[in-house]
Design a binder for this molecule. Structure first.
Ligand code: FEO
Length: 393
């Protein structure tokens, strides 16, 4: 665990979990793990903002003791109840004789359900403040960014926003701030995080950004990854863009293919659209992480989905991906279906229907070819794609 002194009064404790391969279940695989960050504010009263995964409780206690000596922790703020930020709550609460716990009303209910322990939680709402001596902490509820209980805490005098999951990323660096890692790389990681954790709740993000707009924020300290200092406008602008659904002339083509025929159709479609001036990214669903595709889809206007006929339906990897995007509340995405079939094309109706149900506006009838696409078929695919997309330029 790292202890970092953010300034004279604020400390960060960061546990790098290099071994974590899946974040929030198998839906979000990780290459380099993640970090869990919590923050200590030293004042007449000592306040800990969030805790940690239960397995890291003992090491956190040791690091807190190194800073606090024999001092107690007066307050714990539970910005979010998920176990990666509150699994160690009870250990810390009991070890440091904590007097007050502050969380949202939804947080209070979830904490009581999670720990079956009679802790007295103080429910807070947006605008509520506590005074810890020379400092004031103000709370902002951020429900569904990304759980019902989420909130953020603003240290007014230092202008620091403790944002918990919001603005997080999986940068497992020992650096403290984004600029030390390179802001582009951090924003790319934050984009994947947003697409997989926050995307279904876009409208809530818009509200949160509006609520926070009046604050002069000098630092954002999230509970995963590195903090933001000197680049606050970059991450705020990125969240504004992602939550608005703003998209560019970018086409995501996803498919799966049994004998390579649907893949060939995807190639013809992709090359045609590239020649037309679109940015195109093409993925075989059985070989690419959906979590990465979601990141690319975030700012794409078009999603084209293809499949071979598998037992009278779409291929399982395609069905699974459509189910995934169905839960993302995608808006204003347009698309098309395609595929190669053998003895029956009936499955295309099911594919079109599921894509449409998942919120993709179909631009026309899908592109389906019997067996292996011939050169003539490729020409007709090109013509059809051009006729559809010439209206989109
Ligand atoms: Fe980082 Fe929603 O937990």
């Amino acid at each position: 665990m790292l202890t970092r002194k953010i300034n004279d009064n604020v400390y960060m404790f960061r546990q790098v979990d290099w071994e974590l391969k899946e974040f929030h279940g198998s839906i979000y695989p990780l290459d380099n793990g993640t970090t869990y960050n919590c923050y200590l504010i030293i004042d007449e009263q000592v306040t800990l903002v969030d805790t940690i995964e239960s397995e890291y409780s003992d090491i956190l206690i040791k690091h807190l003791r190194n800073v606090l000596g024999t001092r107690i922790i007066d307050n714990i703020v539970v910005n979010h109840v998920e176990p990666d930020h509150s699994g160690g709550f009870l250990r810390i609460y009991e070890e440091f004789g904590v007097k007050n716990v502050y969380t949202s009303n939804a947080g209070k209910k979830a904490m009581q359900s999670q720990f079956f322990k009679d802790v007295e939680y103080n429910s807070v709402k947006t605008g509520d403040e506590i005074n810890t001596g020379k400092f004031n902490l103000m709370f902002y509820l951020t429900p569904f960014v990304h759980w019902p209980d989420n909130m953020v805490t603003f240290l007014k005098e230092e202008k620091i926003l403790f944002s918990n999951d919001a603005f997080g990323q999986h940068i497992t660096s020992t650096n403290t701030f984004a600029k030390e890692c390179g802001i582009e790389m951090v924003l790319d990681s934050a984009k994947e995080y947003y697409a997989n954790i926050v995307l279904p709740y876009n409208s809530r993000v818009v509200k949160v950004l509006n609520d926070l707009a009046s604050l002069e924020i000098k630092m954002i300290l999230p509970a995963h990854g590195v903090g933001y200092k000197d680049c606050i406008p970059n991450i705020i602008e990125a969240y504004t863009k992602w939550s608005s659904g703003e998209a560019k002339k970018k086409v995501i083509i996803v498919y799966d293919s049994i004998w390579g025929n649907s893949k060939n159709i995807s190639l013809t479609i992709g090359e045609t659209l590239v020649d037309f001036g679109f940015e195109v990214k093409r993925y075989q669903l059985s070989k690419m992480r959906p979590s990465t595709i979601l990141k690319e889809l975030l700012d794409a206007e078009y999603l084209l989905i293809g499949s071979g006929n598998h037992n009278g339906s779409m291929m399982p990897s395609v069905a699974e991906f459509i189910e995934r995007i169905d839960g993302c509340n995608l808006k204003d995405k347009k698309g098309l279906t395609f595929g190669s079939y053998g003895w029956s094309k009936n499955y295309s109706k099911k594919l079109e229907s599921r894509v449409s149900e998942a919120g993709i506006e179909l631009l026309g009838e899908g592109v389906y070819i019997n067996y292996v696409p011939t050169p003539e078929d490729s020409n007709s695919i090109q013509e059809k794609i051009i006729s559809i997309f010439e209206n989109e330029i």
